[in-house]
Design a protein around this ligand. Structure first.
Ligand code: NAD
Length: 518
């Protein structure tokens, strides 16, 4: 296939009035299409079910975005059955044909960009630029994995002994269960699903209950792209109701999960068991949370460091697994950096993204349980240290808003150790760089980490010793680009499957060695 070289999808230029107008028009149009019903889609059939997920706007919880089928074990069983039978044909479909579907899905996402952004802004309430960056990431996954499949379709080179030919190639695995979080409701769902599909597997796709309308839109795009019926089975539902069933079933060959460490460990444990009629050891790709640290050294460009820290900590209300939630500041620049961070964080405009336009820098958190969790941690932080910024959260009935919050604490404080997943940053003072590195590494998570420094020795030390899957120097620590910054964590942050990287697709396939003696 003669494809143009891969490059990242560019972000929209929001200083261009035409884009702002197009976005407002899309928001209005989508606003007229709210509260519709979305069935499950199994084997290409729309399946009505008894249960329902009512998805609401986190900035205005009384506004219903859509009513999505809440699949029960019955539908989960149907989805696994159809996925199992469809595997026979899809696994034998040419890799080029599979890749073409992804490229077509990318083209559809580009064409439907403003519409998709508008659905995202309504259902997840991210700022516009955040929604745009996430849609670009979804497009990138499709474009990148299509090319990766073409690279890997004939296997990779190995050596042969004289008189023999050794070949090493990959083949599809079976039925994959894709379980996604709400915080990248289009990008991560598309990335995990497309990787599984392009490698010849069939899937049962379960989006997060908080962003199931967006899940339905992604399923619809794959359908529009010409994916044969039964390859992707859209099975929305509550994790607590169908999660264990999907993970445990003997027909499930692998699970690709992104979400909290608690759910991830449960899935990992259940997947490890063999049940009756199960003929394989299930593979579990489990990508989880973070408690990501940014170290600011005494030699750093302090203005740039403070700005990137604020962006990494509060962008998207801190709801990124990569978000900076621990700022570790060298004692000599501690007060100066802190003053700059407070000033820049105060300047962030918190508001309703659907109404407030492109200037809104921070929206609400996703849901009432998440709001309560963050509010609880704010109480803990007040006990543990000093709150330098932020107010007590208001009434969740008026939107799940939490203001940018900053605590000055000791490294052992719970707010500095546990993932909060909201706009709450803990600031810790370090004696020197070695102390900063020790504090950064003293945490079970290991997803992203950053260092701001001009000291070459410190950067070289951190290059190897900062314990995180994604390490960034002198820049923000969020917003990993597909194909450029493969993403995945160490420690309790996951199995380091590195989404958007060259090792990702083989995790969805079985490698086969065939040797022929001549
Ligand atoms: P979550 O674990 O609550 O839910 C994730 C998914 O798992 C949802 O679809 C949910 O329905 C499902 N689920 C819940 N219980 C289940 C069960 N028993 N069996 C099977 N599935 C079940 O996580 P969340 O709140 O949706 O997402 C936020 C978390 O995701 C944070 O911890 C964040 O750090 C993490 N995250 C990690 C990455 C990464 O790449 N490492 C990326 C994004 C988010």
């Amino acid at each position: 296939m003669g494809l143009i070289p891969y490059k990242n999808e560019p972000g929209l230029d929001w200083s261009d009035e035409a884009n702002v107008k197009a976005m407002r028009a899309a928001l209005e149009e989508v606003g007229d299409s709210l509260a519709r019903n979305y069935p499950a889609i199994i084997g290409g059939e729309r399946i009505e079910v008894d249960g329902e997920i009512v998805s609401v706007n986190p900035a205005n919880p009384s506004q219903v975005i859509g009513r999505v089928a809440a699949a029960s074990e019955r539908e989960a069983d149907m989805a696994l059955e159809i996925a199992t039978s469809t595997f026979e044909s899809w696994s034998r479909t040419a890799p080029e044909a599979r890749a073409r579907i992804l490229l077509r899905a990318a083209a559809i996402m580009r064409r439907r960009k403003f519409e998709m952004l508008a659905w995202h802004v309504h259902e997840g309430a991210p700022p516009w630029a955040e929604a745009d960056a996430q849609l670009a990431e979804a497009i990138d996954f499709l474009e990148y994995y299509a090319r990766e499949m073409l690279r890997l379709k004939d296997g990779v080179e190995i050596y042969s002994v004289p008189g023999e030919e050794s070949r090493y190639f990959y083949q599809p695995m079976g039925v994959g269960v894709i379980i996604a979080p709400w915080n990248f409701p289009v990008a991560i769902l598309t990335g995990m699903s497309s990787a599984a599909i392009v490698t010849g597997n069939t899937i049962v796709m379960k989006p997060s209950e908080y962003t199931s309308v967006l899940g339905a839109k992604v399923a619809e795009i794959f359908e529009e792209a010409g994916l044969p019926k039964g390859v992707l089975n859209f099975c929305p539902g509550y994790g607590s109701e169908i999660g264990d069933y999907l993970v445990t079933d003997a027909r499930t060959r692998f699970i690709s999960f992104t979400g909290s460490v608690k759910t991830g460990l449960r899935i990992n444990g259940l997947a490890a068991r063999q049940i009756e009629n199960q003929r394989w050891i299930k593979r579990a790709l489990v990508e989880t949370g973070g408690k990501d640290a940014m170290i600011i050294d005494d030699s750093a460009d302090l203005d740039a460091a403070a700005q990137d820290l604020v962006t990494s900590a509060y962008g998207y209300a801190g709801q990124k697994c990569s978000a900076a939630s621990r700022a570790i500041l060298h004692a000599d620049v501690y007060d100066e950096v802190l003053a700059k961070v407070v000033e820049k964080a105060k300047a962030l405009k918190v508001g309703v993204p659907a109404e407030g336009g492109v200037d809104v820098g921070m929206g609400p958190v996703i849901s009432e349980p998440q709001f309560e969790k963050v509010a609880g941690y704010i109480e803990v932080g007040k006990e543990e240290g000093e709150r330098l910024l932020g107010e007590d959260p208001g009434d969740p009935a008026e939107g799940y808003f939490v203001s940018p919050t900053l605590f000055e604490v000791d490294p052992e404080a719970r707010v500095a150790q546990e993932e909060i997943f909201g706009p709450v940053l803990s600031v810790i003072q370090a004696r020197d760089f070695a102390d900063a590195l020790r504090i950064a590494n003293d945490n079970p998570y290991g997803l992203t980490g950053g260092v701001y420094s001009k000291n070459r020795d410190h950067l070289e030390l951190a290059r190897h010793e900062l314990r995180a899957g994604n390490v960034y120097f002198n820049r923000k620590i969020t917003g990993a680009l597909v194909g450029v910054q493969p993403f995945g964590g160490f420690g309790m942050s996951g199995t380091d499957s590195k989404a958007g990287g060259p090792d990702y697709l083989p995790l969805h396939m079985l490698a086969r060695t065939v040797v022929e003696r001549f």
